[in-house]
Design a protein around this ligand. Structure first.
Ligand code: AMP
Ligand code: MG
Length: 416
């Protein structure tokens, strides 16, 4: 048997995208809980049940600017009441409200004793000594009851909740200056290739700019994780080994390039020497080669993804495999972007047998999607124009104009 690279390629087993993702996710576990200041918990996943320490609101208060009255006094139009005081938010009325009386009250001020109803100022003559209530008012109106939002002792947010601004507000209302969240992954990003130069320096003959270092670090951040960039490793086992030694300080490592079966593709053997790498050929276009495994470190096993070098393939495989893995590490339960059905406006050809994600522009109002044009795996513009991926199944030969296709909405995030 020949040992040429092409024979090696043919010998690779081919996994579907779904099989590869399932394998990856079984090997990824959520990180440990950590305590953070409340505002830093935004976008994190709550690692504890949050319990109200008291009622919210803590006391009965007015929902309107107006007059605190007894409901029985205002059951008909045109009633006149004596104004016996005034109370603003943050203070307490000096006395209660008896029959025939009213106290001017501002939104958020505690209800005076005896009062059960607030007549809004717009329904009165705004009087200061006497007030005329133009309209009959239903008893109990415009009063917020103590504990109507949250009850003391009640579990208000459960472990596993994604913390959006509203949840940060709920936690603030129960006095949580610090909360336990699942620690956010810190991800090492490494580019590989003799041809790469950093964007600070101009490319010489045969050289290209290192795009992936930036796009992948940005993708990590866009997933709510921290990225640390390890720069460029040359296509030598030594250089790669050295760079991956630093990578192991992260919770997860993402490399790009050097995972094909070319003469200078060292990622797999080097990772094998430092841990264990599985090399998968995925029935996917673009992004066929994908390496996944782990580095052995003093801190334990660190998952590593070897993404293909082509800038489109690198970002697309990040989207399909690394992103859900990072979300799982971050404690999220919904790992997948929303999807939609859309009517295709262009014909798309694809090879049979490969799941294909064409870059598309989805119009939600029209329910249509069109291709971003040239789809080569080096044409990053195809991704920058896109707000969706057109997901074409393995078996399909392509898709025709007018066909209904599934789109992955890559500019939208999971809700929880
Ligand atoms: P490789 O996967 O290393 O065989 O690379 C495939 C293609 O992607 C080659 O044309 C590389 O020059 C290109 N490539 C690899 N890494 C990067 C990178 N970081 N930025 C831009 N292009 C890259
Ligand atoms: Mg390379």
């Amino acid at each position: 048997m020949s040992t040429s690279p092409s024979a090696g390629r043919a010998a690779l087993s081919t996994l579907t995208v779904d099989e590869a993702l399932a394998r990856i996710l079984t090997r990824i576990a959520p990180l440990e809980p950590t305590e953070v200041g409340l505002i830093d918990a935004l976008g994190g996943v709550l690692a504890e049940d949050a319990v109200a320490d008291r009622d919210v609101p803590p006391f009965r208060n007015s929902a309107m600017d107006g007059y605190a009255v007894r409901g029985t006094d205002v059951s008909v139009d045109g009633v006149k009441l004596r104004v016996v005081g005034s109370v603003g938010a943050g203070s307490v009325a000096a006395r209660g409200v008896a029959a025939g009386e009213a106290i001017r009250i501002m939104t958020g001020a505690p209800m005076p004793d005896g009062a059960d109803t607030v007549v809004r100022v717009e329904d009165t003559d705004n009087g200061t000594a006497m007030v005329t209530i133009h309209k009959a008012t239903r008893p109990g109106v415009a009063v917020r009851q103590a504990g109507e939002d949250l009850r003391s002792g009640e579990r208000v947010l459960s472990r596993g909740t994604l913390l959006r601004p509203a949840e940060i507000g709920v936690l603030a209302s129960i006095g949580r200056a610090k909360v336990m969240v699942v620690r956010r992954p810190n991800v090492a990003v490494l580019s590989t290739g003799d041809e790469l130069v950093d964007i600070e320096s101009g490319p010489g003959p045969g050289q290209i700019r290192d795009t992936n270092r930036y796009s992948l670090a940005a993708a990590v951040r866009a997933t709510g994780c921290a990225a640390f960039e390890l720069g460029i490793a040359r296509d030598s086992a030594d250089d790669l080994r050295h760079a991956l030694g630093n990578a192991a300080f992260g919770d997860l490592v993402v490399t790009s390039g050097g995972v094909s079966v070319g003469d200078h593709d060292h990622v797999k053997p080097v990772v094998d020497a430092m841990g264990k790498m599985d090399f998968w050929s995925i029935a996917l276009r673009p992004g066929r080669p994908l390496a996944f495994g782990e580095l052995r470190t003093k801190r334990g096993a660190v998952p590593i993804f070897g993404l293909p070098g082509n800038p489109v393939s690198a970002l697309l495989t990040f989207e399909l495999f690394v992103r859900p893995a990072l979300l799982k590490m971050a404690g999220r339960s919904n790992l997948h972007r929303p999807r939609a059905e859309a009517r295709l406006l262009d014909r798309i050809e694809k090879p049979g047998g490969l799941r294909t994600f064409a870059r598309g522009i989805y119009d939600a109002a029209a329910g249509t999607v069109r291709s971003t044009g040239a789809q080569g795996s080096g044409i990053l513009r195809s991704m920058s124009l896109a707000n969706a991926l057109i997901d074409l199944p393995e078996a399909a030969p392509g898709a025709e104009v007018g066909e209904t296709v599934t789109v992955v909405l890559t500019d939208r995030t999971e809700d929880h």
